[in-house]
Design a protein around this ligand. Sequence first.
Ligand SMILES: [Mn+2]
Length: 289
Amino acid sequence: MSLALIRVPYDSGQREQRQGAGPDALARAGAADALGSGGLDVVPARIETDLPFPTETTVAFELAGKLGGEVARARRSGATPVVLAGNCLTAVGVLAGLAEVPRLGLVWLDAHGDLNTPETSPTGYLDGMALAVATGRCWTGPTRRIPGFAPVADGHVAHLGARALDPGERTILEAGTMAHLDGRSWAADGGDARAAETVHALAERVDALHLHLDLDVQDPARTGGGPETLPGGPGPAQVQRLIANLADVAPLAGVSMAGYAPDRDRSGTDTRAALAALRAVGHAIAARR
Ligand SMILES: [Mn+2]
């Protein structure tokens, strides 16, 4: 009966830079206490690259493979994995480590689609492809080498909070194979109920959930605003309410959190929002044990 708090301190292949500094900064700010506030013991771990010449893509997939092993070890020991990372692609490692969970659903909270592929991405930025990788749309060469990884079916995904979509991403979400709720609808009156309905509908098709939280889903007017934040999304309290709601819906098999850049958080509001989200996660996991 415990939680594994696994830190992956990289952003775009660079160790402890920008959002890659987030996991250790959150640990120093009290992430373990926040996560343990639901009553579960918290066991820390940390993943590092062994590549002598790190590049954005090679490090990302190497870390996803290592993280998969760490997540699987945590799970076998009876611990629920909670991953603090710089990038969203780490969700792929969590999915690999949760391979033994039958009918796993993926709840993806993000201001961006993360649904570009190398062919549709305007920039080539790998982390804008994270959910496309998780759903098997691209980078299938490297993901085939990640033990346990299998793409998540679109019908097992709920995307909430998007408000910056490239044309290729819009096409995917408008196709309707994946449940989604855009950021403005979530932030509007009645948005909490719409968000709850979205995850409830997903829970009818799955037995457990992987929650992926990119902190940029939160409206920067109500946080300090990290490097990739965009106006028009839910506030931190709405995100925390949704996390609390997940406990009523299905067990949380794993959690990944990305997008916290401590050097952009001069007021401390991003730190407080991230720790509050971790408290909500700790309580949600404890409630279903
Ligand atoms: Mn993201």
